[in-house]
Design a protein around this ligand. Structure first.
Ligand code: BGC
Length: 804
């Protein structure tokens, strides 16, 4: 059936020679320049340009030389869905094969920025071969709750890890000439009610946690496109959110690319255009195009608003449209090797008591137990799902590397997509236990069945299937020499059983070549070097967001504020299963000589790392800062500022340097309506994990001058906290009391009771302490102090009353 939105037969599509010619002739894009081409377009053409052509394409307008752009999911490999209107979004079918690289959950655990850049470059090469000009990724949403069904598509619970890995992917794609789409902007942290829910977030966590990765990537890496999320923030759907789409994204961060909707995120197209959304995806068979046209005709929508988006679309199309330029199949063998190399760096060794791993190939019989060893899970479900070019099966790879060892297999449990889904569970377990008892070592593959996690729904627990845990207990009883290998996209808790197993490997979802990586790690051909980019909790209930996820009645309140992930576990001093940043190696590393160079712009943190074990390995060095002890702001115990990856031979040592900006120390001040660096002594820590600080030094940091003025309506506590107002008030009180003890300053109990009281009320209560007139004078002195020249005219407060 012809699709109503299909252009006339002579319109170029991305694959057509006409489009190729158009894009070849296109001048290099200056997305900020108003495009004269727009003047050649009718209103109907302009309106139609601001929605797609098909599921993954934008419209071409041949007479104006505007080509069509073909896009594709997704973040860890291409979902070559094709653009068959019959094969709509719900089908989510990947048609052509593409390399399935490690999904973000795994790549995040590599903490390897160079690797992420190379992986993205390879995805771009496949995209270019297919004529795809824009990739729909990476996704840099934070893992707020372990339950989010899409956590496998996101890097971390920490914005710095997300920004560094996500930013590297943006650069990797765009350095190879293919556009990146940063998604899902913003605060899309759950799947429950994702198309309607409002994420209700205070300004500090919004800025410091949820927008941070987006901000850093937009400013530094300049993605060609941003995808607006389905959800709302503080009651306003993202697709209509002028503040986030225009004021913050473009106004503050200088974004000059295209904003497209997530697929089906637009509710009111006219409102969306006004808010700054340029492209609605997928199209609505012309319905919303006609609404835009009518709105301009009727004067409801300023024609300039439409023109602005049309200019961006033209720039986007000229920059991104490309003909298919090669043979993707020819890339697949090389990219499979890269996928394997990437997976090598993503595996996290959580535990290795008695050096059970690596397996000794001469150590007799290895029992490989678990259907996941034969039917691997290597990616998650939904729009990111790739039709892999081939899949490395862990069991085959283990056999390939076994050398002298004998590898025997028993499935132990069935999987719905395994070869024998109806097999008798009791018999499977019995066989596995028998095999374990007769073997020298056991490698037990456990994990989440495919159906347990996907885009579109959240999980309701973080446990392994009960049958798998029961099997584990029986296997361990039969043979305690067990290494467990996990396959899961969302984190699973290990506390109920991991004390019984000497070795534990977190294999996440490792992409199509993950089977080889697991075999190499288990046999020691690769020394594991991944580190957790998210906390493994002891219990789901311990998590900072537990009580406010996933919300109800269209709202989810981010009640934990800035205390997301390890920031929350640390603040509440909760035990964790394995902390953020943790990951072992077959060698050991020592840290020494932490030196911090301070410049007005920021810090260069140098630390010397030595490989003190017997084999080469890679260490991810993490730099955290702890805020000044006297901080008046609620802050995390420590926050990651940067990291570096260093590979060292046995006995080798090297000094690594991590740099970060002074501005990174800032918190977002509601009172000052902006970022403020608090002055004081910060502790700079070089750490092997968030709970394994190896060396630390104190660094004095000068604070920012205050911007907020004070009024008599501010409390005594707010006056005392204010670096200008506090000393002025205390000096005035001392002067007023002369030689007598001050009724307030010299009475600790009264002082404590008064800190929450506005000073104008104190002046009335404590007659004779300070007059209302004196307070007005002080207000003017503070205004002059924070804004020289403000004088008495500055009596009106510019800052909010209260707040950090
Ligand atoms: C997903 C996006 C994806 C888009 C296109 C949406 O459902 O949220 O991540 O890029 O579909 O497939």
């Amino acid at each position: 059936m012809p699709h109503p939105d299909l252009p006339p037969a002579d319109s170029p599509t991305a694959d057509s020679p006409a489009a190729a010619a158009l894009s070849a002739e296109s001048p290099s894009a200056d997305p900020t320049a108003a495009d004269p081409t727009a003047a050649e377009l009718t209103l109907a053409e302009k309106a139609s340009l601001t929605s797609g052509l098909g599921q993954m394409t934008t419209k071409a307008i041949a007479h104006a030389g505007i080509p069509s752009v073909t896009m594709s999911d997704g973040p860890h490999g291409l979902r070559l869905q094709g653009d068959d209107p019959e094969n709509g979004q719900l089908a989510l079918r990947a048609v052509a094969p593409a390399t399935c690289f490690p999904p973000a959950v795994a790549l995040g655990s590599s903490w390897d920025v160079g690797l992420a850049h190379r992986v993205a470059g390879a995805i771009a090469a496949e995209a270019a071969a297919h004529g795809i000009g824009v990739v729909l990724g990476p996704g840099v949403n934070l893992k707020r709750s372990p339950l989010c069904g899409r956590n496998f598509e996101y890097f971390s619970e920490d914005p710095v890890v997300s920004a560094e890995l996500g930013g590297a992917m943006v650069r990797g794609l765009q350095d190879a000439g293919v556009g990146a789409t940063l998604k899902h902007y913003a605060a899309n942290n759950q799947e429950t009610d994702r198309m309607r829910v409002s994420a209700d977030i205070d300004e500090r966590p919004l800025r410091e946690i949820y927008l941070r990765a987006f901000e850093r990537i937009v400013r530094r890496d300049r993605p060609w496109a941003v995808m607006c999320a389905y959800n709302g923030v503080n009651g306003v759907p993202l697709s209509e959110n002028t503040r986030l789409l225009t004021d913050v994204l473009r106004g503050e961060w200088g974004f000059d690319g295209l904003v497209m909707s997530d697929w089906g995120a637009v509710r009111n197209r006219v409102a969306a255009l006004r808010a700054g959304l340029d492209l609605e995806m997928p199209p609505t068979a012309g319905r919303t195009d006609r609404e835009v046209e009518a709105a301009v005709d009727g004067g409801e929508l300023d024609a300039e608003v439409l023109n602005r988006s049309v200019a961006r679309l033209i720039a986007f199309a000229r920059r991104s449209a490309r003909p298919a330029s090669g043979d993707a199949d020819a890339l697949h063998a090389r990219h499979h090797r890269l996928a394997g190399e990437a997976a090598d760096n993503c595996v996290v060794l959580l535990k290795n008591d008695g050096a059970l791993l690596p397996l000794d190939p001469a150590a007799g019989t290895v029992a490989v137990i678990g259907e996941l060893a034969r039917t691997p899970r290597y990616q998650g479900g939904g729009s990111s799902q790739v039709n892999a070019t081939r899949v490395d099966v862990p069991l085959d790879c283990l056999r390939g590397l076994a050398d002298g060892a004998v590898v025997e297999f028993a499935p132990g449990y069935a999987l719905p997509d395994g070869p024998d889904p109806e097999a008798d569970p009791a018999a499977l377990a019995e066989d596995a236990v028998r095999l374990a008892a007769g073997s020298d070592t056991v490698v037990l593959f456990l994990g989440l069945p495919r159906q347990d996690e996907s885009e579109g729904y959240d999980r309701d627990h973080i446990d392994l299937p009960e049958a798998q845990v029961a099997l584990l207990r029986r296997v361990v009883a039969a043979n305690p020499r067990v290494a467990v290998v996990l396959s899961n996209g969302g984190v699973v808790r290990t506390a109920p059983w991991d004390h019984d197993v000497p070795a534990l490997v977190e294999g996440w979802l490792l992409g199509q070549a993950g089977g080889g990586a697991l075999a190499r790690v288990l046999f020691g051909a690769v020394n594991p070097s991944g580190k957790l980019a998210e906390t493994v909790p002891v219990r789901l209930e311990d998590g900072p967001s537990f009580l406010s996820f996933p919300g109800a009645k269209g709202h989810v309140r981010y009640g934990e504020g800035v205390f997301v992930g390890y920031r929350g576990y640390d603040a509440a001093r909760r035990d964790v299963g394995y902390p953020f940043g943790h990951g072992l190696s077959y060698t050991t590393f020592a840290y020494r000589d932490l030196v911090v160079d301070t410049t007005p712009e920021g810090f260069a943190v140098h630390v010397t790392v030595a490989n003190t074990g017997g084999r080469a390995g890679r260490e991810v060095v993490q730099i955290y800062t702890a805020p000044p002890a006297a901080s008046r702001v609620e802050r995390a115990v420590r926050e990651l500022r940067g990291f570096a990856s260093v590979t060292l031979g046995a006995g080798e040592s090297r000094t690594v340097t991590v740099e970060f900006a002074r501005a990174d120390l800032a918190y977002h001040s509601v009172r000052d309506d902006g970022w403020r660096v608090e002055g004081g002594t910060y502790r700079f820590e070089a750490a092997a994990s968030s709970r394994d600080v190896r060396v630390a030094v104190d660094v004095e940091v000068a604070g920012d001058a205050p911007r907020a003025r004070l009024t008599a309506r501010h409390t005594l506590g707010e006056w005392l906290d204010h670096p200008v107002g506090g000393p002025l008030l205390m000096a005035r009180l001392a002067a007023l009391s002369g030689d007598r003890p001050s009724p307030l300053a010299d009475n600790p109990m009264l002082l404590r009771a008064a800190v929450g009281v506005p000073v104008e009320v104190i002046a009335d209560f404590a007659q004779g302490l300070i007059s209302q007139e004196a307070l007005r004078e002080l207000e003017a002195e503070v205004a002059a102090g924070v804004e020289p020249g403000a004088g008495a005219a500055g009596n009106a407060a510019s800052g909010n009353v209260g707040g950090a």
